[in-house]
Design a protein around this ligand. Sequence first.
Ligand code: FAD
Ligand code: SIN
Length: 523
Amino acid sequence: MKTIYFDYLVIGSGIAGLSAASKLSKKARTAILTKSSIQESSTQYAQGGIAAALHEDDTPVFHMQDTIKAGDGICNKEAVNILVKDGPDRVKELISMGANFDKIGNDFDFSYEAAHCRRRILHAADSTGKEIEKTLGNNILKNENVTFFENTSVIKLLIKNNECQGCIAIKKNKIYIFYAKSVVLATGGCAQVYSRNTNPTVSTGDGIALAYKAGCSLQDMEFIQFHPTTLYLGDKKPISLFLISETVRGEGAVLRNIPGKRFMPDYHPDAELAPRDIVARAIHNEMKKTEAQHVFLDLWGLKKDAGSRFPNIYKRCLESKIDITRDFIPVAPAAHYFMGGIKTDINGKTDIKRLYAAGEVASIGLHGANRLASNSLLDGLVFGYRAATDALKNTEVKSVLKINEIEKSIKDDYISEQTYSRIIAIKQNIREVMWSNAGIIRDGKTLNQAVSILQEMDWILNINTFKEAIFEVQNMLNVAKLITKFALERQESRGGHFRSDFPQKDDINWKYHISHSINDDAL
Ligand code: FAD
Ligand code: SIN
């Protein structure tokens, strides 16, 4: 066991973690702990772009209105106001660090995405996340105050007297204890709990499970965003599905069902550019009606050359023998983004002192019941920075958890090979149950079924382990159970949470966020 001291710890190296670390490391020694390589994160795969009111026709007020409308009545307006007002400055900083967004002449080539009233999306072709990750990563690597710990999984937060003092992590089977004045959790989302999802394998909800076990409240866990269009390649079950960006529809692509009919105008006046939850449900409905596993995306009407505007999508589809300039793309929805997470205030503060959360792992209520496209990268950038700004105020540690106290809390149970394989197999069961029972359309019956099936897996939660793979399955189970329980509690349909047994929103009773912690007995 090795003990390491830093001023600040950032857990996760996506946009939220790197944004926080950029700020912290200007003032103090900062460690970034990340489960895989620096780049591996949802951020790295972001396609469409980052929204910011920078176009001359646009204003933060328009951006705010669109965000609130997409959020379906329950956005935290204070948080939205901060996002749209601070967003342009944070994006300008990113540009000054070297982020290379597409331009037409001297002006940025702002693109459209669903539910935006203006062209507002800055992008680097269809690999915007990669450009941002590279820019922030290169900038931070120049700073001597920062140390990266790659392939380092955080498995426990160190808490004493409701104060966070650091964490326990494993790297190559060795245990490390990190002490710090504050910890920023930026571990991203949890869409891997669904068998059909767009996220990288690191998105297993670790931060949510860690914070919940430590005593933080979680909020809005029922709100999962299903992206309407992922590449459908038959019955294969890849661990992540390839996304076909919403900007493809923003540039003019239309959706057709199997007989070839364009169906979105029948569902919403904005047709293919209706809010994401509406498009995902429309596709789900058309797939059911035509007894098919997918619909088609037709790019024939695009004004731009599809191959050069979307080089990444073009290349990936061609590998599967689909030429997007000629062929329709078979697409189907998949779990994509998590509006819920660790409850924080507008400065990233959680219920535990010195513990902050930012980015997809956090829930300020910013996105309400449904996130507006391209607002997530901006969220990580803006609120990662804010969490770091507040964390810098914590300059001394009051009570220190002693090493022998920590040692006592560490247990590594013996697990036979057979049990190990059984637990790993459970991962796929969780993913399947969540997709079938707590997916795009859920109801009381399917959710209760999910609760009982997931309960049968509870035995794995009693195992104390340092095996990362098992720790991940435990986190996925905890998160899946929480999602189903929150989804049962919200007896209405709103945004990404659609209950076929409660189709009508009841605005009078339900205009609030649900939150729970391990300390209340509601779950
Ligand atoms: P992430 O970028 O996911 O980073 C999380 C980090 O935490 C990773 O480094 C991970 O390894 C680390 N981590 C996790 N668990 C642990 C642990 N136990 N110990 C140590 N480290 C850990 N949003 C937009 O706004 N625009 C887009 O165009 C867009 N396109 C998208 C396309 C795809 C395919 C996907 C998957 C998402 C897209 N999104 C987009 C959503 C957006 O990319 C994410 O919401 C955002 O990048 C999340 O950033 P983050 O920093 O919170 O988390
Ligand atoms: C996309 O490019 O469609 C993803 C955008 C997002 O998730 O905001």
